[in-house]
Write a protein that binds this ligand. Structure first.
Ligand code: NAD
Length: 410
């Protein structure tokens, strides 16, 4: 692939580009081109399996009237072997042009100060909303008594907070400079040997995330949006996140929201807030009281994994990173290199991320078939090794065979 290659040269015959309308909504043709990055390690096995299920779901729902043309985009080890770069600039440009892509897990190259490809993609494409739906899939072993009570969608801010990567090591020139400035100019009493990390959180970036959570809840008739924050301690960052959330609701959702405790009418959503540590208790004790969560970056990272574990699905949790110009759907687990090429691991995370992708395209008839089919396949008792060792009486099958079972259940 030459650096000048334009997306049109990559399009298979019959494929059309997804367009974005002025209002930001997608205009999806019946045969859209959608990007895929197969991923490293177990990625190729998982992607092959997932693609089988996604194509089968589309075929089942629309019988040939709609079809996705998958366009391979290079990232990770495969990109490095072909281009000498882990994330070629062409790939980023191609995702921008295709607007929608899905990726398998990518190995983070060790050493050389290399940033995670996943993080880089989110930053360069400004994919500011990390969306993780967490719902119990019947048949999956769970560590809690009522996993089915969890049905939440987490909207995690993806670009700011202590995860922005603005930090200096203890004793470094940068840390010392900052400490000197702060102690002299701002009256702090920082230890001069401290490491320093910066926690930026802005109104615009908080509100664009919370707006997505509000729109999602209203479009889908979900009952509440909970702002999860640690504002009792971090007043000007996390506390402001909560305040900006309520302000946004007042300014842009007049008549369509109420605060907790008020009478709710149809077409409205309750906006409430919880301090992050309390939210972890609530998630276990009263999960049915929560539908959509909007959180800053760090809280969102923790609560996403905790909730996914609660429904037993850490290895099967789907995810998406969405911005105003592009959306990338992805496995939430890593590339599990020790199982690479063994056709062994569970493709559930990418399959369910693919269902989110179909939903994003507005292809709900296909999207909605996938989780129930996955559940039926698990209940039938032929599953990948990770589930087989937890489900009494289950038989282990390969990644590809499991995908075949899911496709048969569509
Ligand atoms: P990992 O998720 O790859 O693997 C940890 C363990 O989880 C595996 O040994 C395996 O037992 C299990 N596991 C993972 N995926 C599974 C699946 N689909 N089915 C069944 N079991 C599964 O985590 P790691 O070993 O810490 O990371 C490996 C590489 O992946 C690293 O380079 C890391 O940076 C990268 N990573 C990428 C992503 C991403 O692409 N989104 C996320 C996390 C880690």
């Amino acid at each position: 692939m030459s650096p000048s290659s334009k997306i049109k040269d990559l399009l298979p015959s019959g494929a059309e580009l997804i367009e974005q309308k002025k209002d930001g909504l997608l205009d999806v043709p019946s045969q859209p081109a959608v990007g895929f990055i197969e991923g490293d390690g177990t990625g190729p096995d998982i992607w092959r399996a997932s693609r089988l299920v996604l194509d089968a779901a589309v075929e089942k729902a629309y019988g040939g009237a709609r079809r996705i043309h998958w366009v391979e985009l290079l990232a990770g080890e495969k990109a490095y072997a072909e281009t000498g770069e882990h994330l070629p600039a062409d790939t980023v440009e191609q995702i921008r042009e295709l607007k929608v892509a899905i990726k398998g897990p990518l190995t983070t190259p060790v050493g050389g100060g290399f940033r995670s490809i996943n993080v880089t993609l989110r930053q360069v494409l400004d994919l500011y909303a990390c969306i993780r739906p967490v719902r119990y899939i019947p048949g999956v072993p769970s560590p809690v008594k009522r996993p089915e009570a969890v049905d939440m969608v987490i909207f995690r801010e993806n670009t700011e907070d202590v995860y922005a990567g603005i930090e200096w090591a203890a004793g470094s020139g940068g840390a010392q400079k900052l400490i000197k400035f702060m102690n002299h100019e701002l009256g702090t009493k920082l230890d001069k040997h401290a490491a320093i990390g910066i926690k930026p959180m802005s109104k615009m970036k908080s509100q664009r995330l919370i707006r997505r959570a509000m729109d999602y809840a209203l479009e889908r008739g979900r009952e509440s949006v909970t702002l999860v924050h640690k504002g009792n301690i971090m007043k000007f960052t996390e506390g402001a996140f909560k305040d900006w959330g309520y302000e946004l609701a007042q300014d842009e959702y007049q008549g369509r929201f109420v605060k907790e405790g008020a009478e709710i009418t149809q077409g409205q959503v309750v906006v409430k807030d919880r301090i992050a540590d309390n939210m972890f208790q609530q998630a276990l004790l009263r999960p049915e009281e929560y539908a959509v969560l909007a959180t800053p970056n760090l809280n969102g990272d923790y609560i996403s994994d905790a909730l996914a574990a609660q429904v037993g699905g850490l290895g099967m949790a789907p995810g998406a990173n969405i911005g105003d110009q592009a959306a990338v759907f992805e496995a939430t687990h890593g590339s599990a290199p020790k199982y690479a090429g063994l056709d062994k691991v569970n493709p559930g995370s990418v399959i369910l991320s693919g269902a989110m992708l179909l939903e994003h395209l507005g292809w709900l008839e296909a999207a909605e078939k996938i989780a129930p089919a996955l559940s039926r396949a698990i209940l039938a008792g032929e599953v990948t090794y990770d589930l087989a060792r937890q489900i009494p009486g289950a038989r282990e099958v390969a990644c590809s065979a499991f995908a075949q079972r899911v496709a048969e259940q569509l």
